[in-house]
Design a protein. Sequence first.
Length: 301
Amino acid sequence: MRISSRAPFAITLAAALLAGCNLPSRLEATAAAQTAAALTVEAALTAAAPLKTPTSTTAPFPTLPSVTATVATASPGITSTSNCDAAEFVTDVTYPDGTEVDAGESFTKTWRLKNTGTCSWTPTYAIVFRTGESMGGPAVQSLAGNVNPGQTVDLSVALTAPATNGTHTGGWSLRNSAGTIFSKFFVQITVGSGSGGPFAVTHVTYSLSSWSDATHTDCPRVTAQITTSGPGTVTYHWVRSDSTGATNTVAFDAAGTKSLNYDWALGSPHAGETNWVGIYVDEPNHQDFGHREFTTACTSP
């Protein structure tokens, strides 16, 4: 039997058609396999790659220099001092600096001081000569009474002007009961050629006594001794701890001293209180000449 040459061709064609029918399925399978492989690689790369920290665009804060605090400490050489004994110079009650005095003339220099310390000055305290010219004054002179903190006191020393012309200065201080010197004050006078200078009150000193009459007994009397440099009339008024008196005058025929009394009928209820009486010179000095303190008062008749 003869086989036609067209038979093999037909068989080959049929096989090709059958293979063509299955082509889409194969292509889809291949694509799916490639996609799965790609995802697997991507996952592996993601797991292996480290996370990146976002980079800030803000400039970093500058580094500040360190600061070391320094605490001031007191110098070891400085120590506190006691304020027990302290004095403040208030005024020259008599013979202000530069006052003219005759050669060899006796005079009384008075300073007014205030106790600015915390301790009372007692009669165990003293005025002491310290430097310069003593002018015949005492080397040591005890205080006459107590001066409590805050009180003022007039301190006087009796002096004699040197025989030579010129300016003469002496320095004085206070000394406590332990011998410690504190405070400084001075006397400075000018000795001329025999002239005491223009008419003036040179100094005033005070003393305390008492007076009585028919209705008063042992009342306080303050006596002021006024000294002038020459002849003239002094205008003055009394001042006391609670009032100011009227103006009066006293005439001097020559240089010298006159005494004036102030009698105060201070009632007994005021006994023990500190009161004072003094003189203010209106002419020619315009000067406060201090005062005398006391604690006495009238007693019953």
